[in-house]
Design a protein around this ligand. Sequence first.
Ligand code: ADP
Ligand code: MG
Length: 321
Amino acid sequence: ATPTALMAGTGKAAENGILFRDGEAIQTMKDLDIVVLDKTGTITEGNHSVTDVVVQPGRSSATDGGITTGNPGDDTASASGRELDADELIRLAASAERGSEHPIGNAMVEYAEESGIELSDPDAFESVPGKGITATVDGRTVSVGNPKFFDDELEGNLPTHIANRLRELEQEGKTTVIVGLEDEPVGLVSTADTIKDESVEAIAELHDRGIETWLLTGDNERTARAIAEQVDIDPERVLASVLPQEKIDKVSQLQDQGYNVGMVGDGINDAPALKQANVGIAIGTGTDIAIQSSDVSLVRGQLDALVDAFTLSEKIFSKIK
Ligand code: ADP
Ligand code: MG
């Protein structure tokens, strides 16, 4: 492309909310075979809200967590702690999440506030990226996270009610985390996120151009597949339960198979993968670090601009050879 064509092109792109770092980024765009899309904040809005709270029946919130079923009239639960109902479960989980900046944690704190549930100040807050958080609330250890956060064997050893509800909620596309009291799973909290208006159509248009789309997320497989289904991404192309440091590996695996890979993301967790990709594309409403690590940013944060970026790349670089 001539410098003039490039200048005119980038100017027009900028007017449409597409910022290219340089001419090379525009040129490489049209050669992409695969676009890997982060889920939360890229395909979805990233504004989680609490949808379901599940309590393992027969639990008290006491440290010893005595099973109270089968003993009618026995008031062990109320004697040794507040009864563990949905409100108390949310109170403990949201109090623990107070120190968290994760959308899941924010959703719980917001939900508690809206429900008039008073939170405690957590101590000893610790967070493990891609897994969960733990804190001391009113002297008790509260953990909130995915099965991997508790232990690798946990998913097969959950109490039946929790295990069944976990599977169902995930199949509904809800991000579901386990709440543990003194390391014992006692309940679940689901949050859900809405798919952005433009995602479905933009992904369909990428497919029409012969571009393969993949979904990459730290969320679990079932939730990821449910979202993939709603935006018509092939279930075989869902990469779920990916730890932040593994996102980069997934992109380079696809490159090793000979593909030119574009990666779209919004988070701190996506930044290394954006750098690794042939073209890193940041959601402009995302974190600064994602934008700084990218070659293109989509100012309005919607995926339709991605389709425009492809059109532009093809236009500029097919005219002049
Ligand atoms: P994503 O790639 O979707 O942005 P993350 O890597 O941030 O996902 O998180 C992946 C998973 O780790 C979440 O779906 C959740 O199961 C767990 N997780 C991370 N942070 C928290 C938290 N603060 N509270 C509970 N669970 C968490
Ligand atoms: Mg994200």
